[in-house]
Write a protein that binds this ligand. Sequence first.
Ligand code: GLU
Length: 419
Amino acid sequence: MATIEWRSPASEMAVRQFEIADEKLKLDKNVAGRLKRPDQALIVSVPTRMDDGRVHVFTGYRVQHNDVLGPFKGGIRYHPEVNLGEVSALAMWMTWKCSLVGLPLGGSKGGIACDPTTLSRNELQGMTRRYTAEILNFIGPEVDVPGPDMGTNEQVMAWVMDTYSQHKGYAVPEIVTGKPVDIGGTAGRKEATGRGVVYTVLEAAKLLSVDLSKSTAAIQGFGNVGSVVAKELASLGVKVVAVSDRTGGFYEKKGLPVETLLQHTTKNPGLEKCPFGERISNMELLELKCDILVPAALGMQITGGNAARLKCRILAEGANGPTTPEADEILRQKDIFVIPDILANAGGVIVSYFEWVQDLQNFFWTEDEVNKKLREILTRAFHEVLGMSQREKVDMRLAALMIGVNRVARAMLWRGLYA
Ligand code: GLU
């Protein structure tokens, strides 16, 4: 980003993507200058009582990129690699994502640098509540609405909701999305990101005449996104030949038993002790021959270093920022069809938006209604992006960015500069 404080490999990548879109869009210079950097950021210390009695001070962040289209919206990530630059990049991507799929929301992101897999339930709760208290005046139902992201889940969202509500003195479910249904969450949120990835894969398969019942998939990451993608693809007859998580992966040419893997991970922390097929690394998984490759874990996995070795037909980005601009160039030459992150994984924030709307209205929808509306929005966005890519002769990532960025820039020009 423009100033040193925001800089990290992820934020440089997000800005580079923006600049590539700007080269085509030729945005107003003043608007472009503003969009390259966040609106504001908060760094907080999160003292947490650990089970052994000592107090560990974690570092937490909340970065708000742009709210010209509506309140800031974005998840909370718990991961050791969380830092200001990464959270800033993720906040920027949220702005383009919400804009691309037509939500009246802006982009933000939060996180704590920690390894949640090593924390007890007690420690996780203490850390989450203190983080929420520290960012309390920075967020709000009309200001900035957090949601889940990597390393957080509906229990964490429930603690965020409860902490905020305790401070206000009454229940405020609309402060956060991804909550359990029992306290104002929506049906279908947990599955929404993975389901959305599959809805976009269905459109890509139709376009490219790929018969899904005869195709294969490799999925990197078996968390909330990857596991649902595996389940949904398997139900469509796709052979899931490889899956992985942070402990590594498995490859079975004949297809892995997805249902058994899903059952295993509900009872165990990871895939490690699930004995199917051949053991492979996360990096090897990306280079397997398959029809559909779904990175659904960390960013910057597909780079100038390995993109040339990819052998998939469709790359559906469940993760945020899994592919670098150098890799994009190579994938274009190889004619791999990329469903970019801000389109492929937008299902999560779309259903978060539905949850926020339902909370504000105190009126709840059925899971069928949620899924139907989700599919409508994603299918429309997919064809808008495809149309732009064909008209402008650009790849799907650039087309998606052009639509997302341009809507935000137009809104900024209408609203003008308050001085
Ligand atoms: N973490 C999700 C994303 O990256 C969605 C966050 C939300 O629902 O607010 O799109």
